[in-house]
Design a protein around this ligand. Structure first.
Ligand code: FAD
Length: 277
């Protein structure tokens, strides 16, 4: 890993005051790795509108670079504009712009707003103030019409004004490298940062991966499912994800975006295991 490797860390907004305190401590500890930015997820449908904005503006007061995730969900333009204004006034200069998924139980919104439309909306409203990150899917978004169509829509997000992309997590580096080649062929030249999910609780990871279309290789699943001791899962997870990060960086990935799940150790252990130049 070189000094040019861009590292970023993703959090979700905790529901309790204790969770929030823990998050602030996690943030302080992860600062050791000099991340380019932290990001905080957003419950499309407005479920975390206040908590996400609150955490983002609080962390911003500490002077750190912090990027809220944002999507329309069922919100109108005024609500999204108000959030953009609030972020800009707080000194936030980066946003992760998404279509989002409605949380289960919230019912169907008439029509979710595609991320390219949100990117265009932000550019119209806030000009070039924000660096805009968008989502990319090396194993292809589960609802995509086809492989090529998904890449075409990713290109649409860049054409609308996005600056870079963060990927869904994956455990097969070939999927990422092939995806980069196809993006390049489609005329995308912006950086695409791989999303890294440390492995801690394998049962939860397997369930979540099924929903979001991230493939867990058969050999890894078989091995993980043969363990009964959580410590064995942790050790193999650390080894596999550290190897994945090394392969990605050696193959030219411009950086790493960690899904921290608000925990220090799984992410910090991986970063400490990577050979630092
Ligand atoms: P889009 O880019 O809009 O794509 C959605 C689907 O529609 C794809 O299948 C695509 O092929 C297709 N499509 C795209 N544009 C068009 C178009 N113009 N016309 C027709 N079809 C189109 N979810 C949350 O709810 N909150 C979060 O904070 C959050 N953070 C995330 C962070 C990262 C780094 C990633 C990778 C995902 C995150 N997600 C989050 C999940 C994400 O919201 C879902 O995967 C969602 O289903 C798609 O969002 P998107 O922005 O990629 O959508």
């Amino acid at each position: 890993m070189t000094n040019n490797t861009r590292i970023s860390f993703e959090f979700f907004p905790p529901k309790t005051p204790e969770g929030r305190e823990k998050l602030y401590k996690t943030r302080e500890t992860l600062q050791e790795f000099q991340p380019a930015f932290f990001s905080v997820t957003y419950g499309a449908g407005g479920t975390t509108r206040e908590t996400t904005a609150d955490i983002v503006t609080n962390l911003r007061r500490d002077g750190i670079s912090i990027a809220p995730h944002l999507s329309f969900g069922g919100d109108n333009e005024e609500t999204v504009q108000a959030l953009l204004n609030r972020y800009q006034e707080a000194g936030v200069d980066r946003i992760v712009a998404l279509r989002g998924d409605m949380p289960s139980g919230m019912g169907a919104v008439a029509q979710l707003v595609y991320a390219n439309e949100l990117v265009a909306f932000i550019r119209r409203h806030s000009g070039d103030h924000f660096h805009l990150e968008v989502a990319a899917y090396p194993e292809i978004h589960p609802e995509a019409e086809s492989y090529d169509a998904d890449i075409g829509y990713l290109k649409g997000k860049f054409d609308a004004g996005a600056n870079s992309a963060l990927t869904q997590y994956f455990y097969n580096p070939d999927a990422y490298f092939y995806f980069l080649d196809q993006c390049e062929k489609a005329g995308i030249d912006a950086p695409i940062y791989p999303g890294i999910m440390p492995i801690t609780n394998f049962t939860n990871l397997a369930r979540f991966s099924k929903n979001c279309g991230a493939e867990i290789p058969r050999w890894l699943r078989q091995r993980m499912e043969s363990f009964s001791n959580p410590e064995d899962i942790r050790k193999l997870g650390l080894e596999v994800v550290t190897d994945l990060c090394e392969t990605l960086l050696e193959g030219g990935a411009p950086g790493l975006h960690f899904y921290t799940m608000n925990q220090v150790e799984p992410t910090a252990e991986i970063l400490r295991s990577l050979s630092l130049d």
